[in-house]
Design a protein around this ligand. Structure first.
Ligand code: RIB
Length: 297
């Protein structure tokens, strides 16, 4: 069983600020750093560092080779990553003193997927393999159709939530991993339980994984419901925490672990990631997560 992540690749320009800039305000940042990022790249790095065999497909511009190299160093197979003529995707990220973030995206090469490329990539995979998607590249609804035709199982992180998600056939999704904001946007409901209930009413075969920030995470399917409290940590930078969670969760369930164990390990991995600066570079390796997760620590 192989895992294909068709996803975004960004250069994260990160400004540390005491508080987010307000309309009309100009403020100095406390520091500036450039990091590898993009929800797709982060999730592939998390999958690989968790020990999964993961293949990343997506596009970079002439300025993005170092991002593919970073994925490769983490253990991701990058042979399917292609070069576009336009710039690599970019993110301008403010990180506040409390570790919260605010992100502006420039899509760049992330919007350069086309049907021939998608088919070429999907032809390398077969029934039972897993496709991981986020919503930072173009043609996500088409990828869902083409992947299901080939019998792949699909995990979708509908982030950022926008009208493209409404064009996706969500009945074809096995795992939906989302946060409360995305959950409210998709269902109109605010309460976590209600969000899960609405999604399962519409898509009974789906497994919903709803992250609730510092509260924890709720898992619900037709058969099972479980909750994992978040591990307490002093947040330095929450950027990429959800991506770390997604990668670890999918690695665990794809190896046959129970949802309870997957939630616990993924939550531990995310808590380690938020205690460090940057997105992809903050993602821990499996050995560290398992060591930290030992009972009694
Ligand atoms: O999820 C975090 C990521 O969102 C950042 O790395 C940034 O690139 C944006 O895509």
């Amino acid at each position: 069983m192989k895992i294909l992540n068709f996803g975004s690749i960004n250069i994260d320009n990160v400004y540390h600020v005491d508080d987010f800039v307000k309309p009309g305000e100009t403020k100095k940042s406390l520091s500036f750093q450039v990091f590898p990022g993009g929800k797709g790249l982060n999730q592939s790095v998390a999958l690989a560092r968790a020990g999964a065999a993961v293949y990343h497909a997506g596009k970079i511009g002439p300025d993005g080779q170092w991002l593919a190299d970073l994925m490769k160093t983490s253990g991701v197979d990058t042979a399917l990553v292609e070069k576009a003529k336009c710039d690599t995707g970019k993110a301008i990220i403010q990180v506040s003193d409390t570790g919260q973030n605010a992100i502006i995206l420039y899509e760049g090469a992330n919007q350069e997927m086309d049907r021939k490329y998608i088919e070429r990539v999907l032809d390398q995979f077969c029934a039972g393999d897993i496709l991981v998607l986020q919503n930072e590249i173009n043609l996500v609804p088409e990828m869902i159709e083409l992947a299901r035709q080939r019998g792949l199982k699909i995990a979708l992180n509908p982030s950022p939530a926008n009208e493209v998600i409404h064009q996706c056939d969500l009945s074809k999704i096995q795992w939906l991993l989302l946060n409360e904001v995305e959950g409210e946007w998709m269902t109109g409901k605010k309460e976590p339980e209600e969000i899960c209930r609405e999604l399962l009413k519409a898509y009974p075969n789906m497994e919903v994984v709803l992250t609730l920030g510092s509260q924890g995470v709720l898992y619900q399917s037709a058969e099972k419901k479980c909750f994992q409290k978040a591990f307490k940590v002093d947040a330095v930078d929450t950027t990429g925490a959800g991506d770390t969670f997604t990668g670890y969760f999918l690695r665990c369930v794809s190896e046959g672990e129970t949802p309870e164990k997957a939630l616990r390990l993924a939550s531990k991995a995310a808590s380690i990631a938020v205690s460090r600066a940057g997105a992809a570079v903050s993602i821990p390796y499996w050995s560290e997560v398992v060591r930290e997760e030992e009972p009694g620590r």
